[in-house]
Design a protein around this ligand. Structure first.
Ligand SMILES: O=P(O)(O)O[C@H]1O[C@H](CO)[C@@H](O)[C@H]1O
Ligand SMILES: [Mn+2]
Ligand SMILES: [Mn+2]
Length: 411
């Protein structure tokens, strides 16, 4: 038997998406965006010194082949990350018509998104009047606030006080197919916000809006407002079976860590562990000790994206990468013969790029498979330039379960 650990570093892209010119941040196409290369450049040039210092230091990811994957994906130059890879490494490109989290994860799990998402226009109002009226009525409020494209931290600073006074929910969107509702955990109520999102989600899903996202926050107009970790995503259910279902249908266990439960609407998932990334890392370490033979553990680490990518915080992103590298370095030696651990990402979010949205990029695919001889496939070597869907099919192949869809196994 075998076990698999599929770990998504949310937004850790490596540039070079062949269709980057068709995706935008505001008016600027994503062509040339490269999350990791631009962070490495900034670190080497002393432009990422907040809470860390010097060149980007990722020795464990480097040994798995991260630098080689970056050079394969894109010609954007970056310093360092030159160690000889010991793992299997490659890059992967997405074909789904969205650079958002569900699109990336579904496609990694073997299922490219088969429809065009609905995106709201970058204008004010962004939402059709009947939709805004529907949401206001469901909230029992006189109207909605926001009604535009925005960064989630900016919009609560702008409308938090008015929201507390009027009870009107703050509704906003982005370059992703999302309808986000921010509300105060105490004055509006956390459960009321979650109920509101759940109530309006079917109407948004029917329009092919991928997710309704609850964005609770706390604070006061005087002290400022902060988002809490009680975010919830209400996503469309994937339209066909994918990796989690393939494994579960074969009678094998599927353990989700982090946002994976929301992203797959718990479809094909047996257990779920949630929390901030530091706790998720402990859950991953525990899973490596306790996961059953034949099981899949599927984890998402979101803070690269939510705390640093969207906030265009290069130092913070570099700190998060160095923390992740250090932690995963403690987990890698705990893997057993017969295990694979696959590290990848779902899209880019270049913190050096204009705007606050994701960036269309290729992603790294790094495979650690202990007990196999370095230099001999599948122990070490290049997987080449792959498709996202190859990741899920390869994991299925490793676990000995049947798969479907366009992916081709690299194992
Ligand atoms: O700016 P915040 O609220 O973090 O929003 C970001 O998070 C959303 C979902 O991941 C993205 O679509 C983007 O809008
Ligand atoms: Mn994501
Ligand atoms: Mn995001």
């Amino acid at each position: 038997m075998a076990r698999a650990f599929l770990v998504v570093m949310d937004s850790v892209g490596i540039g070079g998406a062949p269709d980057a010119d068709r995706f935008y941040n505001g008016d600027l196409p994503d062509l040339g965006a490269n999350t990791l290369a631009h962070i490495a450049q900034a670190c080497a040039e002393g432009r990422a010194e907040d809470g860390r210092s010097g060149p980007l230091h990722l020795p464990n990811l480097e040994r798995l082949g991260l630098g080689s994957a970056m050079r394969l994906a894109s010609a954007v130059p970056f310093p360092g990350l030159t160690a000889e890879p010991e793992g299997l490494w490659g890059c992967a490109a997405e074909i789904s018509p969205g650079k958002d989290t569900p699109s990336g994860h579904w496609e990694l799990a073997g299922l490219p998104v088969p429809w065009n998402w609905h995106f709201f226009p970058d204008e004010t109002p962004a939402f059709p009047a009947d939709l805004s009226a529907f949401v206001a009525e469901a909230a029992g409020a006189p109207g909605i606030l926001g009604d535009c494209h925005a960064s989630g931290t900016d919009i609560i600073a702008r409308y938090g006080a008015e929201h507390m006074k009027t009870g009107a929910p703050i509704c906003y969107t982005s370059a992703d197919s999302v309808f986000q509702i921010a509300a105060h955990e105490e004055s509006f109520g956390l459960n009321r916000l979650l109920d509101l999102c759940q109530a309006v989600a079917p109407r948004l899903h029917a329009m092919k809006v991928g997710r309704v996202i609850a964005r609770p926050f706390v604070g006061t107009p005087e002290s400022g407002f902060t988002r809490t970790t009680n975010r919830r995503d209400f996503a469309i259910t994937p339209p066909a079976k994918l990796l989690t279902n393939w494994v579960q249908d074969a009678g094998q266990k599927v353990h989700a860590i982090g946002k994976i439960g929301d992203i797959f609407t718990m479809s094909g998932i047996d257990t779920l562990k949630k929390g901030p990334d530091a706790e998720l890392m402990q859950h991953l370490a525990e899973a490596v000790e306790t996961a059953e033979e034949g099981s899949l553990t599927f984890a998402n680490f979101v803070e690269f994206d939510s705390l640093y990518g969207h906030r265009r915080d290069i130092s913070g992103y570099a700190r998060a990468l160095e923390w992740f590298d250090h932690e995963i370095g403690k987990i890698l030696p705990r893997l057993r013969v017969g295990d694979i651990l696959v590290l990848t990402a779902d899209h880019g979010n270049d913190p050096s790029w204009p705007g606050t949205d994701h960036t269309r990029e290729q992603v790294p695919v790094l495979v650690a498979a202990p007990g196999q001889t370095p230099g001999q496939a599948p122990g070490a070597g290049s997987l080449g330039a792959r498709a996202f869907a190859d990741v899920g099919v390869s994991v299925a192949q490793h676990l000995g379960v049947a798969s479907s869809g366009p992916g081709r196994s690299f194992l």
